[in-house]
Structure formats: structure tokens, C-alpha cells
Design a protein around this ligand. Structure first.
Ligand SMILES: [Zn+2]
Length: 303
């Protein structure tokens, strides 16, 4: 995991957009080192880097915007890319949304495994948290803390008898992300569905791509995990933090948070120069470090 990675070959899939309800074609292409994760709206020819700088809106999904062109519902694909440690890839989409597929990141993880991963000859840099940074909004809070690895601890609570409280924590590695997080699906409350539809949102939403919580139970047949809801919040957080453009070395602690707070704490971190630094994985020299190193002597000094 010390070097940047891209895909071994191109892969593609088709699915519907959660909000538009329209079919979207998605193509993932290998890219050179330092390209980063970029979205190309193939229908209008605009490329948008997946970084916080282009964050457009976060009402119901994470959206990137550039020159008036947007790409939405990117967070589950970004979670799969970030969770598996893929740095450089071009994501081609022929509409304004990434397909929702089953509402989790698992189909994207499968697609990325089909593509295969290829290491690039450039060391990967990480955003290492040096000082705690937090954002608190009433009962909602999110903080980034120094840690030796990328860890997430998440708690959720809702005013609903079926979902009073859930919490889950893990160290995010490609294996842990794949096994414990990637298949957790988006969820919503039946009471909110009608409101979303009236606003022209969630037109592609169905029990095929979201867990819907009714008054007395889950409308889908069964959950993938008893605590699938909080695991999905971690999936969203991993996707949103991928917008830092470098893997995180630090601990995210979130309570009742969501896309907007995930992005806000990441933006706050980057705005405080003393709170973070860009570091290679220990043992991997950066090109700068190699350039700064003293020139080797022709003869070893006498003892
Ligand atoms: Zn989500």
C-alpha cells in the first residue's frame, strides 16, 4: 500500500440513477500516477476532479460541480475506490448521476476486482492528522483525531422505534472495508419517501436499492447485518473522506452525522495548516527526500 494504484484494465456497468430514475452508463478507466480520481461527464465533455474543491451539494447525496456541470451520488463509488486504496482512475458517466446499483458499494468493489489493480511507480502520500479538529451542530458531531491508521467510530440515533441507537468502529483496510462495510445499503424512512418524490428526488429509489424503514419494520425481506444502518454511515464517511484526495491517517469519530458534516470536518482540517501534514508511508522515501539526501561519498570515512 506504499505506492499509488490504478486499474489493470477498463471495466463498465449500467444502472439507474437514484434521483433521476434514468439509465446511466459507467466506465472506469486506468489512469497515470498523480491523475487522481476524476469524473468525466462524457455526455457534455466536462471533467471534474473528486476533491473537496469541487464539492457542489450534499442534501441527499454527495455532488461535485464544475462550470455548472454536476455529477451526483458519487459517494458509494468513492467509498469503494478509497476503501480499496485506488488513487488514480478516470470515471466516465453519461449523465448527472452515478448508478445507484444495490444502494451499497459492493457492486463497485466487484467491478474493481474484475478490473484488477496495478501499482504505479510513485509513492502514495497520506493526509496525517496532527491535531484534533471537530464540528458540532447540536446533537450532531464529527471529529478527526490523530491515530496511527485510518479508523472510523460511528454512532447513529433516530427518533424511530426500530432505530434508536447503533454504533460501530473499525480500522479501515481494504479487507475490513470489503467484508464489514461495502455491502451495507443506503436506508431511508418510509415517512420521508413521499416527501422526496414530491421534490422530484429518489425517482429511481426502490426496495432493490435501499432499505426502507416503515412504522413497524423493514419493508425489505431482511437486513445484511443487524447493524447495517451504522455500517452504511461508515461507508458514506469513507466515500466523503476520499475527497481529501489522499488516504487519511487518523481517526474519524462521528455521532448522528452525515455527508455535510463529513465534508465540513475534512475542509476544516485542510484549512488549519498545523492540523495535518502530507506523509508517505513509513519506509517509503519521497522524491523530495531522495533529492534532499546528502550525496553519497566516493569513499567511506575512516573510523
Ligand atoms: Zn450512502
Amino acid at each position: 500500500m506504499g505506492y499509488r494504484r490504478t486499474l489493470r484494465r477498463e471495466v463498465a456497468c449500467t444502472g439507474i440513477g437514484l434521483h433521476s430514475g434514468r439509465a446511466v452508463h459507467l466506465r472506469l478507466r486506468p489512469a497515470p500516477a498523480e491523475h487522481g480520481i476524476r469524473f468525466l461527464r462524457a455526455d457534455v465533455g466536462v471533467e471534474i476532479p473528486a476533491t473537496l474543491q469541487y464539492l457542489g451539494g450534499q442534501d441527499h447525496a454527495t455532488t461535485l460541480t464544475r462550470d455548472g456541470v454536476s455529477i451526483g451520488t458519487i459517494e458509494h463509488l468513492l467509498a469503494a475506490l478509497g476503501g480499496l486504496g485506488i488513487d488514480d482512475v478516470l470515471v466516465e458517466v453519461d449523465g448527472p448521476e452515478v448508478p445507484v446499483l444495490d444502494g451499497s458499494a459492493a457492486p463497485f468493489v466487484m467491478l474493481l476486482h474484475e478490473a484488477g489493480l496495478r501499482p504505479l511507480a510513485v509513492p502514495r502520500l497520506h493526509v496525517k492528522v496532527l491535531e484534533p479538529v471537530e464540528v458540532v451542530r447540536g446533537a450532531k458531531s464529527v471529529r478527526l483525531l490523530p491515530a496511527d491508521h485510518f479508523e472510523v467510530a460511528y454512532s447513529i440515533g433516530f427518533d424511530h422505534p426500530l432505530l434508536r441507537h447503533q454504533s460501530f468502529a473499525l480500522r479501515v483496510t481494504p479487507r475490513a472495508f470489503t467484508d464489514a462495510i461495502s455491502s451495507a445499503r443506503t436506508f431511508g424512512f418510509l415517512r420521508d419517501v413521499e416527501m422526496l418524490r414530491k421534490s422530484g428526488l429518489a425517482l429511481g429509489g426502490s426496495l432493490e436499492n435501499a432499505v426502507v424503514i416503515g412504522e413497524t419494520g423493514v419493508l425489505n425481506n431482511k437486513l445484511r447485518f443487524a447493524d447495517e444502518f451504522v455500517r452504511h454511515k461508515i461507508l458514506d464517511a469513507v466515500g466523503d473522506l476520499t475527497l481529501l484526495a489522499h488516504p487519511l491517517v487518523g481517526r474519524l469519530e462521528a455521532t448522528r452525522a452525515g455527508h455535510a458534516l463529513h465534508a465540513e470536518v475534512a475542509q476544516k482540517l485542510l484549512s488549519i495548516p498545523t492540523a495535518w501534514e502530507l506523509v508517505p508511508r513509513p519506509g517509503i522515501p519521497t522524491l523530495e527526500a531522495v533529492a534532499r539526501a546528502p550525496e553519497p561519498r566516493l569513499q567511506p570515512a575512516e573510523a
